[in-house]
Design a protein around this ligand. Structure first.
Ligand SMILES: O=C(O)C(=O)C[C@]1(C(=O)O)C=C[C@@H](O)C=C1
Length: 362
């Protein structure tokens, strides 16, 4: 179903100017009427067209602030009336949909903790049947592309056509540089599979740190994302949730002004020819890489037959450790990341194991 989904681009959203990147910003949570309206005025002054605020907050621990609830929707109505901004909020069940749509919220999003649950997504899709409101789907907290696509398909099947995706990173067990691991290959694969779905980056949730927002926002622009959803607050350090990752509308305006926007494609013959020649060289190397891998695999298969005849196990842990360690040293010297060399050789080794297993069992 994915390929055939006729999802409309951002020009179909009720916004006058959808030049890339489309920005959605506002506080993590609506806290007070004053905080919502003051932040919204800052967002308006920063030239941002869509104001976001969490009304219902799914929090990891029950003693955290879990959102102001439905009364916050009245504040969003005031934002609309006083600033003309479009409003957006998160929905996690049919009741949220009913209340948010009833209050005139313009855009909805489904959070990462909801995308993981097909029952919840289906409930939201059913509640939205017949209402083609723009909706954004955050990636699930676990790195499962199929769940992310599945949520988009459920909404599309309910008749929604203005669906976008939000990349907010993936939960990790150990604390790393970022709060949520970006795992860029997953949104890149989403773009390959569903090129028609506009993709937003959420640097606030990826980084968890306002000092790191700019590098993630820039990277997402270099990967050709269509939009950014970034949390902002009139007094970020006093925020009731996610205080470290929010920034003032003024700082956000500076961050956006510093983004370098590059063209998705070259529309100049000289550039296209040069790229064409270089890509030709890449094609040649890719072919050679596959030939080399084929030759390597021939040897692994010969070893497989020999192991079978002599009743030796497929996995040779000591030899495999030697290969990995030596390749890491050599690969890092050549300027590759440890992660890349490790992933590459693990994939090669796994394929060797699979092919030797076939030989053993044939
Ligand atoms: O050295 C071997 O015994 C092999 O079968 C080759 C090979 C490899 O592909 O590098 C494959 C499986 C073993 O676990 C170790 C290494």
């Amino acid at each position: 179903m994915s390929k055939e989904m006729k999802i409309k681009d951002l020009s179909s959203w009720p916004i006058k100017n959808t030049t890339r990147p489309l920005i959605i910003s506002g506080p993590c949570s609506a806290e007070t009427e004053e905080q919502v309206l003051t932040t919204a005025k800052g967002i308006k002054a920063a030239g941002i067209p869509i104001f976001r605020a969490g009304i219902w907050k799914p929090r990891t621990r029950p003693n955290s602030f879990e959102g102001i609830g439905a009364q916050g929707l009245i504040w969003l109505q005031k934002v609309k009336a006083e600033t003309g901004l479009l409003t957006a909020t998160e929905v996690a069940n049919a009741r949220h949909v009913e209340l948010a749509v009833g209050a005139g919220v313009d855009i909805l999003w489904i959070g990462a903790r909801t995308t993981v649950n097909p029952f919840a997504v289906q409930e939201i899709a059913d509640a939205l049947r017949g209402k083609d409101i723009p909706i954004l789907v955050k990636n699930p907290i676990n790195p499962d592309l199929e769940l992310w696509i599945g949520a988009i398909e459920r909404l599309y099947a309910a008749g929604l056509t203005r669906i976008a995706a939000i990349h907010r990173g993936f939960s990790t067990y150990q604390k790393q540089k970022y709060r949520n691991d970006p795992q860029w290959q997953i949104p890149i694969e989403l773009k390959r599979r569903l090129p028609q779905v506009p993709l937003f980056c959420d640097p606030s949730h990826i980084t968890g740190d306002r000092n790191l927002l700019d590098e993630i926002a820039q990277k997402s622009m270099d990967l050709n994302y269509e939009g950014l959803i970034i949390e902002s607050h009139c007094k970020p350090e006093e925020a009731w949730s996610d205080a470290k990752q929010q920034l003032t509308p003024q700082s956000l305006q500076e961050l956006l002004a510093n983004l370098v926007l590059r063209d998705p494609e070259a529309n100049n013959e000289v550039i296209n020819n040069t790229l064409g020649e270089l890509r030709h060289l890449i094609d040649d190397f890719d072919e050679k890489l596959l030939e080399l891998l084929e030759n390597r695999m021939q040897i692994a298969k010969t070893i497989g037959h020999y192991k079978k005849e002599n009743n030796i196990t497929v996995l040779q842990n000591k030899r495999w450790s030697e290969i990995l360690e030596k390749s890491l040293v050599q690969g890092i010297k050549k300027g590759f990341s440890e992660q890349f060399v490790s992933n590459l050789f693990k994939a090669i080794h796994q394929e060797s194991i699979n092919q030797q297993e076939d030989i053993m069992n044939s």
